[in-house]
Design a binder for this molecule. Structure first.
Ligand code: IPM
Ligand code: MG
Length: 363
């Protein structure tokens, strides 16, 4: 019997509610497969700041690093708006990504057929949509130095952030993008702003070199990030893999989420070079406006666990079963509020979890 070590970091807002549903799927996986999970949990984000004075303690980080996979909920909320940047909930998440060297963020945007009408675009544009963002996650303007708010000689203030990418950082994420494309539709669109940013120009050059040297079987196109944003709503199905940097990936993946019906549907995997555990988290945030009401959509979190099964635990079959169960529940017209439409059944967070469980158990 294989034992996998899992660390759960529910975080803030709706994080604990959706994590409770993930726990049900973890228990199912143990029942259905020859595997046990050694599950621990910890604090990250605002809850960690409240309890421990920092958004991610050294102890939690060390425990997380010792696991096979880390499943996170969400961090942040208005309660911590006044907190210094280095202690804000988001800083805990960024530290986790950095310390795990989780440079490759995979964000699949798949439109489940039953949800094609929940999208803000017409059905014909999104039905069958299956694209993958490969977002660089451990560098760029999120981490570049210098940064800060400084006071100029005239007493006025200046806010500074630095977009910075080394060749090596671009190379390694480009490899991930091309390798993902090889397993999918064989096409990469690399998005940057090489028309105005040197960091974007270097991005384009390095991606071109990696392509020429290693991936002649993959089709590469370059696209300016603003045009990419426009094309995503004009004709999203033209894309297979979108390879992009940390900031553009943040923006474009939120945009793509709405194509799939709801931000509550998108999972993500953040992977390093394999020496450290993968970090799995829904793309959505902590949704403080609905926290505690039991109405949040747990699907993105459950699909994130499925990605952990596939990418960190070598259980691709179990991952596919979870994804199929979600598909079947949606086909039954079971919906949380965010994806509810006339004629479908509105359920709570835990009812959605139970419905997915039932499909898994009936398998
Ligand atoms: C995301 C989030 C994070 C990001 C925040 C919470 C730091 O928006 O994962 O997309 O900006 O990367
Ligand atoms: Mg984001």
């Amino acid at each position: 019997m294989t034992t996998h070590k899992l660390m759960l970091l529910p975080g803030d807002g709706i994080g604990p509610e959706i994590m409770a549903e993930v726990t049900k799927v973890i228990a199912w996986t143990e029942r259905a497969f020859d595997v046990t999970f050694d599950v621990s949990s910890g604090l990250v984000g605002g809850c960690a700041y409240d309890a421990e004075g920092v958004p991610l303690s050294d102890e939690t980080l060390a425990a997380a690093k010792a696991c096979d996979a880390i499943i996170m909920g969400a961090v942040g909320g208005p309660k911590w708006d006044g907190v210094d940047y280095d202690k804000r909930p988001e800083a805990g998440l960024l530290r986790l990504r950095k310390e795990l060297d989780a440079f490759a963020n995979l964000r699949p945007a798949i439109c489940f057929d039953a949800l094609a009408d929940a999208s803000s675009l017409k059905r014909e544009f999104v039905a069958g949509l299956d694209l993958l963002f490969v977002r660089e996650l451990s560098s760029g303007v999120y981490f570049g130095e210098p940064r800060g708010i400084e006071t100029l000689d005239d007493g006025s203030r200046v806010g500074i952030n630095t977009q910075r990418y080394t060749e090596a950082e671009i190379e390694r994420i480009a490899h991930v993008g091309f390798q993902m494309a090889q397993k999918r539709g064989g096409r990469v669109a690399s998005a940057e702003k090489s028309n105005v940013m040197e960091a974007g120009l270097l991005w384009r050059e390095v991606v071109t070199e990696v392509h020429q040297d290693h991936y002649s079987d993959v089709e590469l196109t370059h696209i300016l990030a603003d045009n990419c944003a426009m094309q995503l709503v004009k004709n999203p199905k033209q894309f297979d893999v979108i390879l992009t940097d940390n900031l553009f990936g943040d923006l474009l993946s939120d945009e793509a989420a709405m194509l799939t019906g709801s931000l509550g549907m998108l999972p993500s995997a953040s992977l390093g070079n394999g020496e450290m555990p993968g970090l799995y988290e829904p793309v959505h945030g902590s949704a403080p406006d609905i926290a505690g009401e039991g109405i949040a959509n747990p699907i993105a979190a459950i699909l994130s666990f499925a990605m952990a099964l596939r990418y960190s635990l070598n259980m691709g079959g179990a991952a596919t079963a979870v994804e199929a169960a979600v598909d079947r529940v949606l086909a039954d017209n079971v919906r949380t509020s965010d994806i509810w439409a006339e004629g479908t059944m509105r359920v709570t967070t835990s009812q959605m979890g139970d419905a997915i469980l039932k499909k898994l158990d009936d398998n």
